[in-house]
Design a protein around this ligand. Structure first.
Ligand code: AMP
Ligand code: MN
Ligand code: MN
Ligand code: MN
Length: 283
């Protein structure tokens, strides 16, 4: 069934969101979400809380995470859904992926200090609900709080993206490893928000080809950062590569995210919803 209010992509204070898993569950339920997944970056520490909160609000739940991967020198995000949250291989892989974030944050702060903005490591850390998961988003919130920029979008544009003073190149997990961790834990791997990557057509083709070859199962077609034209484009790509389709807002925060939980068009009818592949993993 494509006509299901599933929201399978969002973030809590366990990564770079501003709401707790319980607050997100309440908000998702109030917006009519029927099937929910919390997908914190490189972290599954919120999964048991999220499942319990989903059930308390009468929603079905799929476990989730969003793994940072490096492919063709770009950062790509792979969402994992329906895996066993207690799987040791998955936990080890994610711990390894998180491991580089502390030093990266210090380097980001050094770059910003050199550009005349001191104290951002301590500032960002104040915003990190989980000190093991310090992200660029936490720096962005601190730079907004201190009046350096008007909103987080401006911080990314001026300070945190390639070529800017707070940008630090980083090597994340490999695509093959991330897909393997998810699959070996019983889940399905999903390419997150494909339209967001700055790939040439050839690189994008290589991403989908390799993802499929490694056992990847789905692509996010309907997501907060895609346009209507991009829904159609990636619906085609899903069919071309024999991938199922996912739907998720990528909600982070009431003040920052323009797409709220559950407030997206339904998946195009001709696609196989990713939750059809995960019927026995729905809690
Ligand atoms: P990190 O994993 O530390 O590299 O941070 C990546 C996160 O930064 C993404 O998951 C988004 O939440 C956020 N982000 C990336 N680009 C932007 C942008 N242009 N504007 C606002 N937030 C962004
Ligand atoms: Mn994020
Ligand atoms: Mn992402
Ligand atoms: Mn996300």
């Amino acid at each position: 069934m494509s006509i299901l209010n599933a929201d399978l992509h969002c973030h809590s204070v366990v990564s770079d969101g501003t709401l707790t898993p319980e607050e997100l569950a309440a908000r998702a339920a109030a917006n009519g979400v029927e099937l929910w997944a919390l997908t914190d970056h490189d972290e599954i520490g919120g999964q048991h809380r999220a499942a319990a909160a989903a059930h308390a609000h009468g929603m079905k739940y799929l476990t989730g995470t969003e793994i940072s991967v490096t492919f063709a020198d770009e950062t790509v995000h792979i969402v994992g859904l329906g895996f066993d949250a207690d799987d040791e291989g998955m936990q080890r892989g994610l711990a390894q992926t998180r491991g580089g974030r502390g030093n990266r944050a210090l380097e980001i702060a050094a770059g910003l200090a050199a550009a005349g903005i001191p104290g951002t490591y301590e500032g960002a850390l104040k915003y990190a609900g989980n000190p093991a998961l310090i992200s660029r988003t936490h720096f962005a919130r601190y730079l907004v709080e201190t009046g350096v920029c008007r909103d987080t979008g401006e911080v990314f544009r001026r300070y945190l993206t390639e070529g800017k003073p707070g940008y630090v190149p980083h090597r994340w997990a490999g695509l093959k490893d991330a897909v393997r961790w998810i699959r070996e834990a019983g889940g399905v791997a999903v390419i997150a928000h494909p339209a967001r990557y700055k790939f040439t057509a050839n690189e994008e083709y290589a991403l989908f080809t390799e993802f499929k070859a490694h056992g990847g199962g789905a692509v996010e077609v309907v997501t907060g950062s895609h346009t209507t034209a991009e829904y159609a484009k990636y619906a085609e790509t899903a069919l071309e590569f024999g991938l199922a389709a996912s739907r998720g807002s990528d909600f982070h925060s009431p003040g920052e995210s323009h797409t709220d939980l559950g407030q997206l068009p339904f998946l195009p009818q001709q696609l196989t919803p990713v939750w059809d592949l995960l019927a026995d993993r729905i809690q």
